[in-house]
Unconditional design. Sequence first.
Length: 427
Amino acid sequence: MFPQTPRCGKFGFSMRTHAAVLILVVALGISQAAAAEPALRAGAARVDITPAVNAALPMSGYSSRTEGFKAIHDPIYVRAVALEDGPVKAAIVVADVIGFPHALWEKITRRITEQAGIPGENILLAGTHSHAAPDPRNPAWAAKLEESVPEAVRRAQANLQPARVGFGAGRANVNINRRARTADGGWWLGLNPDGTSDKTVAVVKFANPAGEPIAIFSNYAVHGTVTGPRNYEISGDLPGAAARFVEKHYGDRVVAPWTSGAAGDQNAIYGPGTDFSQVEVLGQILGEEIVRVAGGIKPSRDARIRGAQKVVSCPGRRLAPGFKPRATKHEWVDADPVEIRLSLLRIGNIALAGVSGEVLTMIGQRLKKESRLPATMMLTHCNGSSGYLPDDAAYQQVSYEITTARVKPGCAEKAIASGLVDMIRAR
């Protein structure tokens, strides 16, 4: 017998042909769905940058310290998170240093681009603003950072794996406004419980598809000054203690970069002093909240990456000759304009907004209010150093931050907040 010919449908297709078409349609659907899903990958690494105990490097943050450091209290690190979204590469890099002067930031960023293939506009390079680390203006220390920071990024890239990302926020009463009244009716450094203070602990969790964390990124508005100007021991200060607590909680299986928010007018509730037990206590309080928040984050796979940077310029000023910061009367003279670099790394609906300076709280609050993304964080001491950047109202109270700022009133607040909002909303 001859085999039966498959029956044809109404339009003349055989059952075999119909099945082949159906398989093709399903395959195309799966292919298109896979193409539509972000191919996010993440990797993290930590590189020890603790100097040799006999290096005698000068410390940063306080002009009263004229000698090199005397001992190592706790190690300091560069922590990096490398990201890929298909062909798009990006990096978040944080070092336990006071910050990166513009020339050093430029050199390091160029090296990262050359060695890791990450375009400059997709790199966030920030300092934790620890005042217990060597001075990055010192040539020997700068040379070490030029080598160690790109190395951390390369190691993070070597650890790239499929990833998901999520955001969460909590609160910690670790900071306090430091623009305080003085006996003579002025304003200076102190503790001001009535002053504005943002207690938000912002957390970004990168995890593999099984939910195991790869990196825990955090952001909180506080100075790394618990150890104070009399300390001559190398330390990550409060930021380093918080990061170490998180990493220890996860058995050192994750990397936990910590960044400073709009903390230009925020000190820790303890210090400045030389009591390292206070550093550890505050690091534990902040670290516990980071861990708690991270535990409740359910990472999503929806995470396209977009980076952008731009420079805004504000008119400059400085104290007139003969006038001291703590004088009861001040006069200023014109100075060179101040360039402020604004950086954005958007990961899905998470916006990491970098500013190259010490931003006061109200500018950070304005950015959060005007941004349409609830997961918006301001990273300060990021991609350069422009000094103190006060909001407009802060100039009415002539404090340390105002006498030190190099920008004239009426520029920085709008330039930073509106500039970053425009970058966040751009397509």
